[in-house]
Design a protein around this ligand. Structure first.
Ligand code: GDD
Length: 424
């Protein structure tokens, strides 16, 4: 039997994802029509013998449990939310809930960072881990990045033949390796012994000096993986398929495109109804790939795609054009408006003949998987650099105005055009 843990963090995390994370926890932000972590859950369901998925984080249960109750209806594995009383770190949280993870005697468990997007090859990862025998405590999924980008990730130095990790440095200040951790792991159950030892040392230090780090807070990367490197107990499984982090709203557009592309092969039925003449959306013109929630109402003269996701109860008026964008629940895009490289928040309204446009700044879709740029938000004049345009929830854009490369916080009523601004 196998289990999976998805680390979802909490409200203080995901700040770069604002304003989109102001009204919905980032792990539940819809990408290609599904909450972000539902993609992880679906990848877990494809693993034979995986019986339970534990979401671990410090969001109030009221924010996560409705989602679990909803997905639990469709999926056969057990899904539970375990709430930390405070942020315990990526290893502290696993250790705190070790009894829950060990319950039922799984052979091994996956750990997935909740803010990554990928075509998760979990079966292959597990087979690779097993092939390394009893000595292997952890296998880290890894991918290639550029030298500069690698500094933002966990970097691995490995033996090219055995794939053993000889050196691990989390977000190094100077170049170590272009092989980076994807934040997806498989652990043997014996890992808890290693975490326990690190935990005890830390506790002693805390009580002896009173000046240690927060009691119970432990980081998997620095405190467990780095010391294990070079001991013959940590391996890496390198992938070349699509993988990216979801830290900024711009990367949500990128992830949306890739998950839609993935569906074309794995779940064509999710996109297929779009090409047919449905009752709700009789002849709307689609340039694939597009996802439309069944409750959305699209005018037949609207043109959607490529890489567009339309949420529940959205209304799209006549002559509207949407490209490379995500339109969230209950938004209303009125007649003849244009939406490009943008995210339109829940319950927002874009008036007639308006133009809402962003510039794709990160990651560059023409670069493979991890090779994304770190966006610089402001230029020297304090103006926002070109980026995608984001409307928080309940924003209203006046008709016949232009909103270019701007970020609008929730509940704003815009009465004129804006360019390269954050509208607070
Ligand atoms: N439950 C819980 N508790 N989850 C947490 C906590 C915590 O205290 N802290 C972070 N997380 C979750 C986050 O929500 C995220 O899904 C994941 O753990 C990692 O988050 P960060 O700590 O922000 O790390 P990072 O994303 O900058 O880097 C990590 O991921 C990279 C790949 O995306 C590291 O694992 C890197 O080594 C890795 O390259």
């Amino acid at each position: 039997m196998l289990k999976a843990v998805i680390l979802i963090g909490g409200p203080q995390k995901g700040t770069r994802f604002r304003p989109l994370s102001l009204d919905i926890p980032k792990p539940l932000f819809p990408v290609a029509g599904l909450p972000l972590i539902q993609h992880h859950i679906e990848a877990c369901l494809a693993v034979k013998d995986l019986k339970e998925i534990l979401l671990i984080g410090f969001y109030p249960p009221s924010q996560i449990e409705p989602f679990i109750n909803d997905v639990q209806h469709y999926y056969s594995v057990n899904i539970r939310y375990l709430q930390e009383f405070t942020a315990l770190g990526t290893a502290g949280s696993l250790y705190h809930f070790r009894d829950q993870i060990r319950f039922g005697n799984p052979h091994a468990f996956f750990v997935m960072n909740g803010d990554v997007c990928a075509d998760f090859p979990l079966d292959d990862l597990y087979e690779f881990h097993k092939s390394k025998g009893d000595n292997a405590l952890v296998t880290v999924m890894s991918t290639e990045a550029t030298r500069q980008q690698s500094l933002n990730y966990g970097c691995l130095v490995t033996d090219k033949t055995t794939h053993e990790v000889s050196h691990y440095v989390e977000k190094p200040s100077s170049y170590v390796s272009t092989l980076i951790s994807c934040g997806i792991y498989v652990f043997s159950m014996e890992i808890f012994q290693a975490i326990g030892e690190a935990f005890n040392v830390k506790q002693q230090e805390y009580y002896r000096n009173g000046n240690g780090n927060k009691a119970g807070y432990m980081q998997l990367e620095q405190e467990i993986l780095a010391p294990l490197a070079g001991t013959g107990k940590i391996f890496t499984y390198q992938v070349s398929r699509w993988w990216s982090q979801l830290k900024t709203a711009g990367s949500a557009i990128y992830a949306n495109r890739h998950y839609l592309q993935l569906y074309r092969n794995t779940h064509p039925e999710r996109l297929a109804h779009l090409h047919a003449s449905g009752d709700q959306n009789p002849h709307c013109h689609i340039t694939p790939d597009v996802y439309i929630h069944p409750t959305a109402v699209i005018h037949p003269t609207a043109v959607l795609g490529p890489n567009v996701s339309i949420g529940p109860d959205v209304v799209i008026g006549p002559g509207v054009r949407v490209r490379e964008s995500i339109i969230l629940a209950n938004a209303h895009i009125e007649d003849h408006s244009l939406i490009l490289h943008s995210i339109i928040g829940r319950n927002s309204k874009v008036g007639k003949w308006a133009r809402v446009e962003g510039t794709p700044s990160d990651p560059d879709p023409n670069k493979p998987f991890a090779k994304m740029e770190n966006p610089v938000l402001f230029n020297n004049d304090g103006r926002l650099n070109p980026s995608i345009t984001i409307l928080g929830c309940y924003v209203s854009v006046k008709q016949e105005t232009i909103l270019l490369n701007s970020i609008v916080l929730p509940n704003k009523e815009l009465s004129r055009s804006f360019k390269n601004e954050i509208i607070l």
